[in-house]
Ligand binder design. Structure first.
Ligand code: 13P
Ligand code: SF4
Length: 336
């Protein structure tokens, strides 16, 4: 690999959002990443939707809540986030004095993008007296406009922790919001956002799969549309789905979420069969294109050069921290 200096690396990051350098194909990336972790006192946090090789080398693999909790308590000097931008940003908000790295700054999220802050601020003005609960899949600017953040593992408890008469705006995921309204019996004003991966699962194809695998249980993420959730045997966050598949006694599961989670399901239950749910067309749309921007090569370069880094201004860091802390506090109270 051709080595470059930090100034050149910064220049490259500026133009591409990730380091585009040829990596020697004979390099044992697992070994060098492990070495860099130790040398730099860095922790590697990975979401379940990452490629299997990234999951295999991570210090912690989890859902959005678990990752935020792990980021909150880490003693490492550097947090390397194998996930998407809003996740790394959350880690930075919780650790303003630590270096937080994301292998590819372009790893965004269609759901977070569906809620631009200026539009959301205007929307919020139309509903005075409402508390804003925002799903963690949103920008720091949206977090700063929110009262409490939630994830799919704690949203129900967070809603139920509020007085019954409290009016609520839920953003940005309309599918999760509708699911939570149904579960808690609370009317909420919903922002009209959705995830491009979860919205595209085909009810028709899942139903056909179910006919071919009559004993298979359908397990789905609550970011899916209502029609899909109605046929699910279990609905939960990625950690919820994984735990359910471990404890439950079925032998086959149709998994309606991003396909990366199948790696941990298969490790935890090697004798069970996990079938990824098909999307509406023949694309690989059950792979999140944002999550999959991170690669082992980019991860290595990011750790070597400590770039790209999440940088935020102080005002935004402070304003977005409060609603995240409120979420973590409520989660602790309920043992989540
Ligand atoms: P969880 O892992 O918190 O269930 O979220 C899923 C997701 O879409 C993350 O982007
Ligand atoms: Fe965003 Fe959906 Fe990808 Fe999760 S799976 S990061 S919600 S686009």
């Amino acid at each position: 690999m051709s080595d470059i200096n930090i100034a050149e690396a910064k220049e490259k990051i500026f133009s591409r959002g990730f380091l585009d350098i040829n990596v020697d194909p004979s390099l044992d990336l697992f070994a060098v990443i492990e070495k860099l972790k130790k040398e730099k006192n860095a922790i590697l946090l990975a979401h379940y939707y990452q490629d299997a090789d990234i999951q295999d080398i991570a210090d912690y693999i989890g859902d959005s809540l678990g990752l935020a909790q792990e980021a909150e308590k880490t003693q490492a000097d550097i947090i390397v986030f194998a996930g998407v931008h809003f996740m790394a940003e959350t880690a930075k908000i919780l650790n303003p004095d630590k270096k937080v790295l994301l292998p590819d700054l372009n790893a965004g999220c269609s759901l977070a993008d569906s809620a631009p802050a200026p539009e959301f601020a205007k929307f919020k003005e139309k509903y005075p007296g409402h508390i804003v609960i925002s799903y963690i899949n949103c920008s720091a600017e949206i977090k700063a406009l929110s009262d409490i953040i939630c994830t799919s593992s704690n949203a129900e408890k967070i809603i139920e922790s509020l007085p019954k008469e409290q009016k609520i705006i839920f953003a940005p995921d309309k599918n999760l919001g509708a699911y939570l309204s149904k579960k808690t019996g609370r009317q909420m004003v919903l922002w009209n956002g959705a995830c491009m991966v979860h919205e595209i699962f085909s009810l028709e194809k899942i139903t056909k799969l179910k006919i071919r695998h009559p004993k298979a249980k359908v397990i789905a993420h609550p970011e899916c549309e209502d029609a899909v959730l109605r046929i699910a045997d279990y609905i939960g966050s990625t950690t919820g789905l994984l735990k359910f598949s471990q404890k439950d006694d079925a032998e086959e599961y149709i998994v309606v979420t991003e396909s990366g989670i199948l790696h941990q399901m298969q490790i935890a239950s090697p004798n069970k069969t996990f079938i990824p749910a098909p999307p509406t067309n023949n694309c690989a749309c059950n792979d999140c294109p944002h999550m999959k921007l991170n690669t082992l090569e980019k991860l290595y370069l990011c750790m070597k050069y400590e770039l790209p880094e999440i940088v935020m201004n102080k005002q935004l860091l402070t304003a977005s921290k409060k609603p995240i802390e409120r979420m973590l506090e409520i989660s602790r109270k309920y043992g989540l």
